[in-house]
Design a binder for this molecule. Structure first.
Ligand code: FMN
Length: 337
């Protein structure tokens, strides 16, 4: 009998599959379906600074005029029509009360004061933990990377000083050395790292010569980046490692745990394959564990992490060295047309 129990942010979860923040979770029926399908936790849709500032009419008008360009806003909060923070907090409390599995709040603020004020308010809804979504979209050529890193570290410190519930940091991969940022945040007592957030990149509509911000669901290849970092971090930090991005199947979850993840978050696979995909993922993890005679996740977690594999270069390769060295190999896979 396989046991899928894991620990995330100090909380025991019945399995490693958490639903990530997205618009599906706004609907209470969907939350119940996620719980029935076996999800071990749910991250509620983020509270965005735009919602906090909604009172500010000018901001509201800008949003109407230019669409929702905020990273990860995913169409912002279409199902909580023009909801300000109070309505959002009410919905979050409702979500928490509608399921028995842990529900995590998620905050996406900009102003320092908003991080503090709203992490406290989110905690008061009774959620089990808080995810803070830290990213920065560089637009200013004068700002050094270090200043941005320090600002993010200060935000975590302030939030940790404000709330008692566990705090996970959902992080951007666009730091010169994400490992350093993670290590510094780990020292401040971050309880988990969600690796990584996904920023919505614009497209250009060439017919109308306009910017477009399409919904961008992930593809499977994106899971390689969080896989690499789970493998690099395993055994090096106290906080939990939660892999996110491009995780679609049980096989993907097994790979993440082999690399060293404690849990994973899934979103795109639920949009593409339906909420019941959670059940298939769990069945496939258990089947694979049975085939290997693993009884618990601890039997194989981190087995393929940097510290546990013999190839010292496996996590260093950045270029397609093999392809460069054996230049004919690629032609076997992709014959020249
Ligand atoms: C429609 C939609 C809405 C999302 N809303 C949020 C959000 O409110 N907060 C957040 O941190 N991430 C949000 N995300 C990002 C997801 O939580 C997740 O990080 C991203 O989709 C990558 O995971 P995936 O590859 O499993 O989709 C959203 C994604 C989608 C597709």
């Amino acid at each position: 009998m396989t046991n899928l129990v894991t620990k995330y942010m100090g909380i025991e979860l019945k399995n490693p599959v958490i639903v990530g923040a997205c618009n599906l979770v706004i609907n209470v029926d969907n939350l119940k379906r996620m719980e029935d399908a076996g999800a071990s936790g749910i991250v509620y849709k983020s509270l965005f600074e735009e919602q906090i500032q909604l009172e500010n009419l000018q901001m509201f008008e800008e949003m109407q005029a230019f669409g929702n360009s905020n990273a990860e806003s995913g169409g912002l909060f279409p199902d909580i029509d023009h909801a300000g923070p109070e309505e959002y907090l009410m919905k979050l409390r409702e979500a928490k009360e509608s399921v028995d599995i842990p529900v995590f709040g998620s905050l996406n603020a900009v102003n320092f004061e908003s991080w503090i004020e709203y992490s406290k308010k989110i905690e008061q809804t009774g959620v089990d933990g808080l995810e803070i979504n830290l990213y920065s979209v560089p637009t200013d050529v004068e700002i050094m990377g270090k200043a941005i890193t320090n600002e993010k570290i200060d935000i975590l410190q302030a939030v940790k000083n404000t709330v008692k519930i566990p705090v996970a940091v959902k992080l951007s991969a666009y730091y010169t050395n994400p490992l350093y940022v993670i290590k510094e945040m780990d020292k401040l007592g971050a309880d988990g790292f969600v690796l990584f957030n996904k920023l919505f990149q614009p497209e250009i509509d060439i017919d109308n010569e306009e910017m477009r911000f399409p919904y961008n669901l992930s593809n499977h290849d994106e899971s390689r980046l969080p896989l690499r970092f789970a493998g690099l971090l395993h055994g090096n930090i106290n906080a939990s490692i939660c892999s996110s991005r491009g995780i679609f199947t049980g096989e993907d979850v097994v790979s993440m745990i082999l690399a060293g993840a404690d849990a994973v978050q899934v979103v795109s696979t639920l949009y593409k394959n339906g909420i019941n995909q959670i059940e298939s993922i769990l069945t496939d993890i258990a089947r694979w564990m049975d085939s290997k005679d693993y009884k618990t996740l601890g039997d194989f977690r981190g087995k393929m992490s940097r510290q546990n594999i013999s190839d010292p270069f496996a996590y260093r390769r950045a270029q397609y060295v093999d392809i460069l060295m054996k230049s004919d190999e690629i032609f076997k896979l992709f014959p020249v047309k």
